[in-house]
Design a protein around this ligand. Structure first.
Ligand code: 13P
Ligand code: SF4
Length: 301
């Protein structure tokens, strides 16, 4: 039996389901039951009938799935797959901002640890951040951890005052305007589709800005045939699958999230066989970090 058949057999035996983010390796996306962006995966996780969720992504994703589904078993193929940005904020600064601004909402990007989520008022993903921030009654928004997404949301919600944090995604920050312009010179007809974790200067030369699923949807619906993609290169798999006739280019330095690439078929098989790498969250942390996550699901509806 090959590895894919073994995974399928074990999945049935263990009443398990596989969720995968668009950034994991192609062969993992190919065997997943559900593939999507962070928002889609957090929504999907709530309605699953299977008892075990194998989460192919980085730790904040598995952690959020467990927080939203405390009765389920959540397994991570690689426990060391982490998002560097998820740690780029701190409790002291949040407390300081709460003291400084009366009418403040602490808005926490889902790319954050549960520890940070618990000090926040609401979570957001790149797909729903604008909608949720617009719906908040507060005048001041302290957006953690990502400064780039914060600047993008601020540009879309000018009626609010933003307080910025210093966090960033090391993968998206490396996308260079010069490399986009170089790709544009080679493919003048191509549209530039960009994730809002990229720097402001990159967003300025883009034709569309959105989450990974937003980028995929845009490329599918656009009459254009060529696109320059400014996000992690794992999205190429779904873009090609949905649009076999269209052309997708990346910048010369292709963005790669090495943590997402740690997820392999062998590791999926291993956790299904052994039940290793289960995600645990204390009751207190689950309750406190679950509140902003549930508020997100409610406001994004
Ligand atoms: P999405 O919200 O598009 O899934 O992005 C998640 C992410 O980690 C981007 O770097
Ligand atoms: Fe985190 Fe960036 Fe990797 Fe996304 S691409 S998981 S934000 S490090």
């Amino acid at each position: 039996m090959d590895i894919i058949e073994q995974i399928k057999k074990l999945k049935k035996e263990k009443n398990a389901v596989i969720l995968a983010h668009y950034y994991v390796p192609d062969e993992v996306q190919a065997i997943a039951d559900y593939i999507g962006d962070s928002y889609y995966l957090s929504k999907v996780a709530v309605d699953l009938k299977e008892q075990t969720i194998v989460f192919c992504g980085v730790s904040f994703m598995g952690e959020s799935a467990k927080i939203l589904n405390p009765k389920k078993t959540v397994l991570m193929p690689d426990m060391t797959a982490d998002c560097a940005m998820a740690h780029m904020a701190d409790r002291e600064t949040i407390q300081e901002m709460r003291k400084k601004y009366d009418d403040l909402a602490v808005v926490c990007y889902i790319n954050s640890t549960a520890e940070l989520k618990q000090y926040s008022d609401v979570c957001v993903t790149s797909a729903n951040a604008v909608k949720i921030v617009k719906a908040l009654p507060n005048k001041y928004i302290f957006f953690i951890p990502d400064r780039n997404l914060a600047h993008y949301v601020a540009s879309q919600v000018p009626e609010k005052e933003f307080v910025y944090n210093t966090g960033y995604c090391p993968v998206h920050e490396k996308v260079q305007v010069e490399e986009i312009l170089e790709a544009k010179r080679m493919h003048p007809e191509a549209e530039v589709l960009t994730h809002p974790e990229c720097a402001e200067a990159v967003l300025k030369v883009s034709d569309y800005i959105g989450s990974t699923s937003g980028i995929i949807r845009y490329a599918e619906e656009s009459p254009k045939q060529e696109f320059i993609i400014c996000t992690e290169n794992g999205v190429r798999y779904e873009l090609k699958k949905r649009n076999p006739g269209k052309k997708f280019y990346f910048t010369k330095t292709e963005p790669v999230c090495h943590d997402m690439k740690k997820v392999t078929l062998e590791k999926i098989l291993q956790v299904l066989e052994t039940g290793e790498n289960e995600v645990f969250v204390t009751d207190e942390l689950r309750e406190n970090s679950g509140r902003p996550l549930e508020k997100m699901l409610e406001l994004a509806r």
